[in-house]
Design a protein around this ligand. Sequence first.
Ligand SMILES: *Cc1c(COP(=O)(O)O)cnc(C)c1O
Length: 469
Amino acid sequence: MKNSEFRKYGYELVDKIADYFVEIEKYPVKSQLNPGDIIKQLPKSAPENSESFDDILKDFDEIIMPGITHWQSPNFFAYFNANNSFESILGEMLTSALGVNTFIWQNSPAGTELEEVVMNWLRDMIGLPEYFSGVIQDTASTATLCSILTAREKFTDFQINKSGFEHNKFRVYASKEAHSSIEKAVKIAGIGYENLVKINTDKNFDMISNDLELAIKNDIQNGLIPLIVISAIGTTGSTSIDSIKENGEICKKYNVFHHVDAAHVGTALVLDEFRYLIDGIENVDTFVFNPHKWMFTNFDFSAYFVKNQEYLIRTFEIMPEYLKTNVDNRVNNYRDWGIQLGRRFRALKMWFVIRSYGVEGIKSTVRKHLQLTQKFKNNIEQDERFELLAPVRFNLVCFRYNPGNLNVEELNKLNEKLLNSINKSGKAFITHTKLGDNYTIRVVIGQTYIEERNVDELWELFLSQINSF
Ligand SMILES: *Cc1c(COP(=O)(O)O)cnc(C)c1O
């Protein structure tokens, strides 16, 4: 493609993207295709000869778009959102144009230094102490793996990095509601999922810290080694909250590493009223939250903070001759702050978002989401046919339809049917979880451009669906 063609199609695409956001509610939120529908429309092998960009765009419209689930639709209430914003899209355009790889400082001083500045901004915005240093990871899953590996190396004085495991006695602790990425990380780190101890939760699905201490004591008595506790601020199922303060004190007492997974809910810490959640942060070693979930910055951008950067760097450091530079002792070389060598210039989009919104703009958008969530919650509470299944603490409502006289199995089937009928309507996309034995509908209200109207329409949709049963 020539520069002049890039200009032509570039303008066209920006128009197309702007139109997309105007028309986004016209698409079925969840793609209505069946497995294989896309593959069967595409050739088996790559084209030998050049195809025109017009043809490519035509296929994008006709083949790809019907297979898109519209994650940026204001009627997307599923999972946790992965929201973006115009600012973030523009930042991403420049990142892709520059195409720099930020694994060491000299690769683009701005790539590294903007990352340091933006991570310090984020740290201060969510109220973490100044002694935390930050680095962008692709996902919270990677960040949590980094914490487990760092804990492992700190504990063994970097011996497993050197000579590998002889045998494993390490134990990792998280609540029964903790994210599946922890189990994955424990497997990768060579600790084994049998050594992931899942601590019971209370009626609100928060970890019972007392049980954590008992489990740690019990393991020590059995000659095992408590390595790391992973506390959640905002679990994925129900945004339940483990006590950072109580878990932190236990970690301090038994000399256990403490990681906090605040992947989704970390964003809420921009508001003063949620700062109590990080009481006890002095006993936290590492902390992760995902601006790519709820801070208007498109995937991927996971903000990872560590109290002691030396432990992290010593865990991941590599020093091949071809990567040595004469400024190494004066700059951050982020290749040593995680698993990847090559790294995208992700700080740019976050910088655009923070500057364009201002911290106040971010706070007020989050507040709006929380208020809309309360409104939806009130609808549930005021209608006898529905019931909440978990406390509504942030922007997630967990509930079910319960018309009475049904046992758990029947209720589960009924709610699954309700969820499927909502998603089939194309008017909204919602997902579910299991809380205890109960099939639970989850509604997350965190889309960048969501309006009260969207939340009202979702409620109307629920009412019309149950009336049609
Ligand atoms: C979403 C989520 C994760 C995983 O996030 P990724 O960035 O996709 O790895 C981990 N923990 C919690 C609590 C989450 O909600």
